[in-house]
Design a protein around this ligand. Structure first.
Ligand code: SF4
Length: 264
């Protein structure tokens, strides 16, 4: 792969996302956790509001759970908010772990730890998210295990520009080497790519379940009502029970002796 061409392309086209303009590990951790299952455009306003409300790890650590969940509203997968608060509590109490121990923080897996180490402290480690993974696998024309991907990315990583390389790979996967219809003619690494112009388009699955019909939607509505102190939505009994059981196992609600849910 022509890493120089990749970095030059990134410098030219990168989106000015707010978390790319900071080296504050707390702000970077917030952005990484928010981005885990939510698109960047949707994260931006919520990320900015979050940092105004919870300015540092101590502020988040001390905040009531209700406020944390209310600020998370709109991002989905609410247990991420609790994990982020648990990580903030650990940092507020003990300080940041050494870069190689970042996975000790609640909710911080190998990818998030690598991204945080690279973006906040310039540690030369490769951070391979789903976008970077797609680029690497298409470029080499083969599927790889997580271990192989980490090794492959480490081989390509320029030690003195690790953060830019990681950002560039993710940006390429998000905007050019997209899951469907990759823009190969605009790709800076097309010359070395085994899949250029030959990405198979998997046929779209048949009719998909409407979001309102999923248990995830029911969990979100129940939790939003609890956070807002409003009456719960009317749900069919079995669905309500499944949704509450899911919220309970995620640690987002507890149930009293009467079986009614409340915030922890
Ligand atoms: S040439 Fe196409 S398939 Fe290969 S990395 Fe670039 S966008 Fe992806």
């Amino acid at each position: 792969m022509d890493v120089g061409a990749l970095l030059a392309w990134y410098a030219r086209v990168r989106r000015p996302l707010p978390w790319r303009a900071t080296r504050d590990p707390y702000a970077i951790l917030v952005s990484e956790v928010m981005l885990q299952q939510t698109q960047a455009a949707r994260v931006v306003p919520l990320y900015e509001r979050w940092l105004e409300r919870f300015t540092d790890a101590r502020a988040l650590a001390d905040a009531p759970v209700r406020d944390v969940l209310a600020a998370w509203s709109g991002l989905g997968y609410n247990r991420r908010a609790l994990a982020l608060q648990a990580a903030a509590r650990a940092v507020a109490e003990h300080g940041w772990p050494a870069p190689e121990r970042l996975t000790d923080l609640p909710g911080v897996g190998p990818y998030t730890a690598a991204a945080l180490a690279s973006f906040a402290w310039d540690v030369p480690v490769a951070a391979v998210d789903t976008n970077a993974r797609r680029v690497l696998e298409r470029r080499d024309g083969r599927r790889r295990t997580a271990r192989e991907l980490a090794q492959r990315a480490a081989e390509l990583l320029p030690a003195e520009r690790a953060a830019q390389f990681n950002q560039a790979m993710m940006e390429l996967g998000a905007t050019v080497c997209r899951p469907r219809r990759p823009a190969c003619p605009a790709c800076p690494v097309r010359d070395a790519c085994a899949s250029q112009g030959r990405v198979d388009e998997a046929p779209r699955a048949g009719r998909r379940l409407r979001f309102q019909d999923t248990d995830r939607w029911a969990r979100g509505r129940l939790l939003a009502a609890l956070v807002a102190g409003e009456p719960p939505p009317l749900l069919e009994a079995a669905r309500r029970e499944r949704a509450l059981a899911g919220l309970e196992s995620d640690g987002l609600v507890v149930r009293g002796a009467d079986g009614e849910p409340r915030l922890p």
